[in-house]
Unconditional design. Structure first.
Length: 358
């Protein structure tokens, strides 16, 4: 059954990305692109499954690269960044300042592409009448961390968010490894802000305040969401897995166990505002359980997601991409992907056999 489900998921994703341009008809249409069902997430997060497959020596490299090229072109489409002007009424260039929700994820995508193929998908990032490079973008984001009163980079309204700055942490590690910079030295300051100010002292509900007040290290009191927790925790597992494991144990208080498996229950407002959903939060928890080696929980979360994997999720291709990522993970694989160690680890565990890509 698992092989059959994976085949269905892989085929569904391939239909979205197999052409020279994304087949936007197959993408969920979010109500607002500034929120968390946004089109950019349907590209960046399924790409993680492809990057992991490349690191594990699985699949046709040329075919996967072609799909990633299509996804990159999709990320530069106005539908992925125009919310900066239209919904937020910002006048600056979308990659000039702040806007980490887009800029940080674009940087992560390109950094992993460079890691996989030795070069970026294009020499320059050409967007909204201007251009930059991966190196310039990474440097600009790092400089913003250095100048920020909360040691992070803000997204909207000068607020810094835990799940978005997790990409900042990841990209600093990637860029240092690829280009010999020392950006990740700044990661500790943001993590201190998270520990000291954004972890909630509560025995129920979300673990984090997911956002700061504008230009401050103090939390925005209403920025609490179970869906944000599991999203942030999975991404941060690449940087500090032991601490994330502790937080994940606490976050499981927001899981519901039923005969069909286990799922994460988010608040009604998260569903209504497209901030998250039970399926989306469960998919992030599924990936995290795989990354942390919690096999029993991984199996139960996976069972809850099986119907969507078989028939398609409402929020696709985003959730199908997360399901595929979860199925590819084994303990520590995401951390090793970011640190450049997964290919060697995979080869040691699964020696190359005739017919398998070398």
């Amino acid at each position: 059954m698992t092989d059959e489900l994976l085949s269905k998921v892989e085929a569904r994703l391939a239909n979205c990305y197999a052409g020279p341009e994304c087949d936007w008809r197959r993408f969920y249409e979010p109500r607002r692109q500034m929120l968390n069902f946004a089109t950019r997430y349907h590209l960046v997060y399924p790409a993680l499954a492809y990057y992991l497959a490349l690191a594990q020596g699985e699949g046709d490299r040329a075919r996967i690269r072609a799909r990633l090229d299509t996804m990159y072109r999709g990320l530069l489409d106005a539908r992925c960044w125009n919310y900066w002007h239209v919904e937020l009424e910002e006048e600056t260039w979308p990659l000039k300042e702040r806007n980490l929700t887009y800029a940080g994820r674009l940087a992560t995508f390109i950094g992993l592409y460079v890691d996989a193929f030795g070069e970026p998908p294009a020499p320059h990032i050409v967007l909204d009448g201007r251009q930059t490079t991966y190196g310039e973008l990474s440097h600009a984001l790092w400089r913003q961390m250095q100048a920020s009163p909360n040691c992070g980079v803000s997204c909207y309204h000068h607020q810094s968010m835990v799940m978005c700055n997790a990409h900042m942490l990841i990209n600093n590690l990637l860029h240092d490894r690829l280009y010999g910079t020392d950006y990740a030295a700044a990661n500790a300051a943001w993590l201190d802000i998270v520990e000291q100010h954004l972890v909630r002292d509560a025995e129920e509900g979300p673990i984090f305040f997911y956002g700061t007040q504008p230009d401050s290290f103090l939390p925005m009191a209403r920025s609490r969401a179970v869906g944000a927790d599991f999203w942030a925790l999975f991404l941060m597992s690449a940087v500090l897995p032991d601490r994330v494991a502790e937080w994940f144990d606490q976050a499981q208080r927001n899981m519901v166990h039923v005969a069909e498996g286990t799922y994460v229950e988010v608040a009604a407002w998260e569903r209504e505002e497209e901030f998250s959903s039970n399926e989306l939060a469960t998919a992030w928890a599924f990936c995290l359980a795989g990354e942390l080696g919690q096999s029993t929980l991984f199996g139960r979360l996976g069972r809850y997601l099986e119907a969507g994997a078989r028939d398609g999720f409402e929020v696709d291709p985003f959730l199908s991409g997360l399901y595929l990522l979860g199925r590819r993970l084994r303990p520590g694989a995401f951390q090793r992907l970011i640190r450049g160690e997964e290919r060697d680890s995979w080869r040691a565990a699964y020696p190359v056999k005739p017919g398998r890509e070398s």
